[in-house]
Ligand binder design. Structure first.
Ligand SMILES: Nc1ncnc2c1ncn2[C@@H]1O[C@H](COP(=O)(O)OP(=O)(O)OP(=O)(O)O)[C@@H](O)[C@H]1O
Length: 417
C-alpha cells in the first residue's frame, strides 16, 4: 500500500513535466496560427486577386488542427493524472473499508471510529486532488512562462538616450570597409561579400543590381537593424557601433516604395518624423514635400484619418506624406528605396521634385531599378549576388566595354523608346 504513494508522486511529477512541455508547444503553435491569420487579413487583396481564399483557409485550418492535437495531448496527459489519482483514492477507500470492517468485527475499532476515519480520508484525498490540480495548473503556467522568457531573453537593442533631438552631431560621411554579411536565420548564405565604398558628406550614391543582390540589406546594416558579420561601417570615420543607437537613427530617414502610414491623422503621420515639431513646422514640411495642396483639399485637412477608418490615399500621396515626415526629421543620411518606382509619370514628377529638395546637402543612398533616376549620382555601385562588380559615375560605367551597367542602361533606353 505504502509503495503506491511514491508511485503517485512520481507519476504526478512526470505528468507535470509533460503538461509543461505540451503547453509550451501549444503556445508556439497558437502564435504560428495567429500570424497566418494576420498575414491573410493584411494581404487580403492579394489573397483575393489570386483566388487563394480556400488555400489560406486550409492553411489556417491545418495550423489550428496541429494546435488542437497538441492541446488534446495535453488534456490526455492531465486526464491520466486525474484518473490515476482518483483510482488511487478509491482503491485506498476500498482497502481501508475492508481492513476497517475486519477490525470492527474483531472489536479493535468501533463503527463510529471507522466512519470518522473514512470521512477524514475522503477530505484528505480531496485536498490531495486539489493539490495535484494546482500543480498541473502551475506546470501549465510555467510552460507559458518559459515561452515568454525565451522571447524576453532575445538579445535586446541598446537604444541609449531615446529622448534628445539633435544631441548627436554627425556630418553624414558613410564608409563600408570590407563588409560581409549573412542573416542570422540563414548562416550559410552570404548576402554581402567584402563590400567597400565611401560616400562623402552630401554626396549621392546609387545601388543598382538584380533582385536579391543585397541592396536593401546594405541599408538595413546602415540602420543597424543587424550587425555586420565581417568588416566595419564607419560614420565620419568612427565605427557605427560607437554611436548611441536611437540618436544615430534620428540622423537617418528612409523613403520606401511601400510607404507605411499609421491609421492616425495626416498630422500625426508627418509629426512622427520629429515628435516635438510645431504645427507650423509640419505644414512647412508638407509644403516642401508637395503635399500641402492635396491635404488642403480634404475637408478635415491635416486632421483627416488615414487608412481603413479614414481617407484612402494614392501611392503618390502617401509617398509625399512620407517625404514630409523625412523633411521634418531633417536627417544627415537619407535612404530612398525604390521611392518612385510605383508611380505614374505625373505623381513621379511631383515626388521627384520633393525628393530633389530633400536630398540637397544630405548624404543620400538611392536604390532604383530605373537607371534614369540615378544618372546624376556621384557614385553608382553595381551589385550581383552580394558582390560589388562595378563602381563609378554614369559616364564612367558607360565607357566600360561589356559593362553590366552599360548593358542594363542600353536595355532600359531601348525598351523606353
Ligand atoms: N530578413 C531576412 N532574412 C533572411 N534572408 C533575407 C532577409 N532579407 C533579405 N534576405 C535575403 O538576402 C538576399 C538579399 O536581399 P535584399 O533584399 O538585400 O536584395 P535586394 O537587392 O534589395 O532585392 P530587391 O531589388 O528585390 O529589393 C536575398 O537572397 C534575400 O532572400
Amino acid at each position: 500500500m505504502l509503495s503506491v504513494v511514491p508511485a503517485v508522486i512520481g507519476l504526478t511529477i512526470w505528468v507535470g513535466r509533460k503538461v509543461r512541455s505540451h503547453t509550451k508547444d501549444a503556445q508556439s503553435q497558437l502564435s504560428r496560427s495567429t500570424v497566418l491569420a494576420e498575414e491573410s487579413f493584411q494581404g487580403i487583396q492579394t489573397v483575393k486577386a489570386y483566388s487563394s481564399e480556400i488555400f489560406e483557409k486550409n492553411r489556417y485550418n491545418s495550423s489550428l488542427i496541429s494546435f488542437l492535437r497538441i492541446f488534446i495531448k495535453r488534456a490526455q496527459v492531465r486526464a491520466l493524472l486525474v484518473s490515476a489519482i482518483m483510482a488511487g483514492l478509491f482503491s485506498a477507500i476500498v482497502v481501508v473499508l475492508w481492513y476497517g470492517m475486519t477490525l470492527v468485527q474483531t472489536g479493535s475499532l468501533t463503527l463510529g471510529e471507522l466512519t470518522a476515519f473514512v470521512i477524514y480520508t475522503v477530505f484528505a484525498g480531496g485536498a490531495a486532488n486539489v493539490v495535484s490540480d494546482v500543480y498541473s495548473q502551475f506546470q501549465k503556467a510555467a510552460g507559458i512562462g518559459e515561452r515568454i522568457t525565451e522571447m524576453l531573453q532575445k538579445e535586446k537593442e541598446h537604444l541609449g538616450d531615446t529622448t534628445s533631438w539633435g544631441g548627436l552631431k554627425i556630418n553624414g560621411e558613410v564608409e563600408f570597409e570590407n563588409v560581409s554579411f549573412n542573416y542570422p536565420t540563414r548562416h550559410n548564405i552570404i548576402v554581402l561579400n567584402n563590400i567597400s565604398f565611401k560616400v562623402r558628406k552630401g554626396e549621392r550614391v546609387a545601388l543598382v543590381g538584380p533582385s536579391g543582390s543585397g541592396k536593401t540589406t546594405i541599408t538595413a546594416l546602415l540602420f543597424r537593424f543587424f550587425d555586420t558579420t565581417k568588416g566595419r561601417i564607419l560614420i565620419d570615420g568612427k565605427n557605427i557601433n560607437s554611436y548611441p543607437l536611437a540618436m544615430f537613427r534620428k540622423e537617418c530617414a528612409i523613403v520606401q516604395q511601400d510607404v507605411y502610414l499609421f491609421g492616425r491623422t495626416i498630422y500625426e503621420n508627418i509629426v512622427y518624423g520629429k515628435p516635438n515639431a510645431t504645427r507650423e513646422d509640419v505644414i512647412a514640411a508638407a509644403k516642401q514635400a508637395n503635399a500641402h495642396e492635396f491635404v488642403s483639399r480634404i475637408p478635415e485637412q491635416y486632421d483627416a484619418l488615414v487608412g481603413e477608418r479614414g481617407i484612402q490615399l494614392s501611392g503618390g500621396q502617401k509617398q509625399r506624406i512620407a517625404i514630409a515626415r523625412a523633411i521634418l526629421r531633417n536627417p544627415k543620411i537619407l535612404i530612398l528605396d525604390e521611392a518612385t518606382s510605383a508611380l505614374d509619370s505625373e505623381s513621379e514628377k511631383q515626388v521627384q521634385t520633393a525628393l530633389e529638395l530633400l536630398m540637397e546637402n544630405r548624404t543620400s543612398i538611392i536604390i532604383s531599378h530605373r537607371l534614369s533616376t540615378i544618372r546624376t549620382a556621384d557614385n553608382i555601385l553595381v551589385l550581383d549576388h552580394g558582390n560589388m562588380i562595378e563602381q563609378g559615375t554614369h559616364d564612367e560605367l558607360n565607357k566600360k566595354q561589356d559593362g553590366v551597367y552599360k548593358n542594363l542602361s542600353y536595355l532600359q533606353t531601348t525598351s523606353a523608346t
